[in-house]
Design a protein around this ligand. Structure first.
Ligand code: AMP
Length: 129
């Protein structure tokens, strides 16, 4: 288990690691030293892009604790830049990261979803426990 998050250690075979290695295709909208952004394969909004760090981090907590200052700054600058370049600032958008089982994380490589292009509704759907 990761000492930081309680999640399993980083799995080099996860789908985003494979995208980073170029083993499977992605529709990239941005890439730089610290981050890669590409369209989600199953979009939940007219614009649904994923931004991922190049480094091997399982989750937000892992990234925040283990990434270098340069990686953290570079990654979040890329998130903002992608949102701007996709034109999302004009009408607004949502940035979201899922973590772990209850957070609904399916791919164990830290990523930020950017959603836009329609009214996005409630922040967290469904009823409280
Ligand atoms: P999460 O539930 O936060 O881990 O989100 C994982 C996201 O990755 C989902 O929205 C999937 O649709 C998306 N996804 C899975 N495989 C691919 C892929 N090969 N290319 C692009 N997006 C993918």
């Amino acid at each position: 288990m990761s000492a930081v998050t309680g999640l399993p250690p980083y799995d080099e075979s996860n789908i985003f690691a494979r995208i980073l290695r170029g083993e499977i295709p992605s529709r990239r909208v941005h890439e730089d030293e610290f981050a890669v952004a590409f369209h989600d394969i199953n979009p939940q909004a007219p614009v649904h892009v994923l931004v991922i760090p190049r480094g091997a981090y399982v989750s937000l907590a892992d990234f925040a604790a283990s990434a270098s200052d340069a990686e953290i700054a570079g990654f979040w600058r890329a998130v903002g830049r992608v949102a701007k370049e996709l034109g999302l600032e004009a009408h607004g958008y949502r940035a979201l990261t899922n973590m772990g089982q209850e957070g609904g994380q399916e791919v164990p490589h830290f990523h930020v979803h950017l959603f836009g292009g329609r009214m996005l509704g409630r922040m967290v759907p469904g009823q409280a426990a």
